[in-house]
Unconditional design. Structure first.
Length: 354
């Protein structure tokens, strides 16, 4: 018990070490675990600024024995490292406004860009770039099925290995991408309750001492602080009023451009709908229609979905016709399910091509 307390106390003191030096010390205690298959795992260690080094390749049944016999430093950090085939990586763009709630927005968009819904996977997202002119941002998402990760985490926890992070690598020889963490909070190893209570007690004692040390200066300068807060509140209110005026001006500009944009938009949507109804075969059914920023996405079922692109490309009102997802078979009807995206051609001249 004393040794464990001593190790914990040293870990708390390490927070006082400069950040760069602390990262080097922590990296020495990092161990990466990779599942080669359901029964075999590889354990690696990464010395400072070097590539991963294989320490052991053992079966899952030997993991607890290895943990007891291996010469592991105190307070090790275990990280589950997913290799290609155990995770999926996707890049796509989103509106710039999504950056404020990036992970939540990506969760809603997962089923459009991946074969999975948000409830089926654990995922992490990273902001890559911003396109000011297009008002879009580029993000990268890494995800793994929940059932796969739950199995790995349960296996390691049963062997007595607490996980601190789950990340990925494109190749076993490359450095892990530490900016990703696919491990949800509910699966992270919980700290010892006694340590947690002691840490809270020490933090409370420190707070009391700091309060006593700064009590007199706080009382002395209370009036000055209050005056500054009043000025800050006034400035904040002025900023809010300016922001509301700016938003109202932008709204007026949008309304002023609305009629002009409608006149310039060509062809009218009714013509596009009529063109689709004429081009698509009578045995093809549409189950979804979306229009945004000059692009149309349609979803539906057809006995020969692969021929639809060729039919739609003949329309003078449509261009860049392509499938946005693989064609799949509908088990109930036997028809082929499809999703096609296309762009509307402005200033198009009608033809008699059928």
């Amino acid at each position: 018990m004393l040794k464990r307390f001593w190790n914990w106390w040293l870990q708390q003191l390490s927070l006082l070490i400069p950040e760069r030096l602390r990262r080097l010390l922590i990296q020495k205690n990092r161990f990466f675990i990779t599942f080669q298959n359901e029964d075999t795992i590889t354990i690696r260690h990464q010395p400072v600024d070097q590539q991963l080094i294989d320490i052991a390749t053992i079966s899952v049944r030997e993991l607890r024995l290895w943990l007891d016999e291996a010469n592991i430093p105190d307070n090790p950090i275990f990280i589950l490292l997913l290799s290609p085939g155990q995770y999926l990586r996707r890049r796509f763009t989103l509106p710039s406004a999504a950056q404020e709630n990036l992970k939540q927005v990506v969760g809603f968009e997962l089923d459009r860009h991946t074969p999975f819904a948000a409830g089926q996977v654990y995922f992490a997202v990273r902001f890559l770039d911003s396109f000011a002119k297009k008002k879009q941002i580029l993000v990268e998402v890494v995800l793994t099925p929940k059932n796969l990760l739950d199995t790995y985490v349960s296996t390691l926890q049963q062997a007595g290995i607490p996980l601190h992070q789950v990340t990925v690598t494109d190749s076993p020889g490359l450095s892990p991408e530490m900016e990703y963490d696919l491990l949800p909070p509910e699966l992270k190893s919980r700290p010892n309750r006694w340590y947690k209570a002691l840490n809270i007690g020490l933090a409370g004692l420190l707070l009391i001492l700091l309060t006593l040390a700064f009590a007199l200066p706080v009382v002395r300068y209370n009036q000055t602080i209050q005056a500054l807060e009043d000025e800050a509140n006034q400035a904040r209110k002025a900023a809010l009023r300016a922001n509301k005026i700016k938003q109202a001006l932008q709204q007026l500009r949008r309304q002023a451009r609305f009629v002009l944009d409608k006149k310039k938009a060509a062809p009218p949507m009714i013509i596009v709908l009529e063109e689709l109804s004429q081009r698509l075969p009578s045995d093809t059914w549409l189950t979804g229609f979306q229009y945004r920023d000059g692009k149309v996405n349609i979803d539906g079922k057809s006995p020969a979905a692969s021929k639809l692109v060729e039919l739609l490309e003949k329309s003078p009102y449509l261009k860049n016709v392509h499938f946005v997802s693989p064609i799949t078979q509908d088990r109930s009807s036997g028809l082929e399910r499809f999703r096609i995206s296309m762009e509307i051609v402005h200033d198009a001249k009608p033809t008699h091509d059928s």
